[in-house]
Design a protein around this ligand. Structure first.
Ligand SMILES: [Zn+2]
Length: 99
């Protein structure tokens, strides 16, 4: 699920497929192998995605220990996973024009 699209040419950009990677102010930049455009994850999307992943992990742990019954934990995990995946797919990457 780590496949994202280049904002310039819609080519797939991922850590494995990127032409190059670098970090600017702690933000991971990926260079598109197709058009050489640098791009990075939308910062707001990154925060929401992180929240979703936290929910996913919390729900999984709750489900494992059956905290709050048998349904609450898995339900939270599913919602967290959906949030993480949806933000990843719905919010496009940001073109980076710096050097
Ligand atoms: Zn591209």
């Amino acid at each position: 699920m780590k496949t994202l699209l280049c904002p310039a040419c819609r080519n797939k950009v991922s850590l494995k497929q990127a032409a190059a990677t670098k970090k600017v102010n702690g933000i991971l930049m990926l260079q598109c192998a197709n058009c050489q455009q640098w791009s990075h994850e939308n910062q707001k999307a990154a925060v929401v995605k992180k929240l979703g992943l936290i929910l996913l992990i919390t729900g999984s742990v709750m489900g494992y220990f059956q905290l709050g019954g048998t349904i609450t934990g898995p339900l939270i995990a599913v919602i967290g996973g959906l949030i993480a995946v949806t933000t990843l797919l719905a919010i496009p990457r940001v073109i980076y024009n710096g050097t």
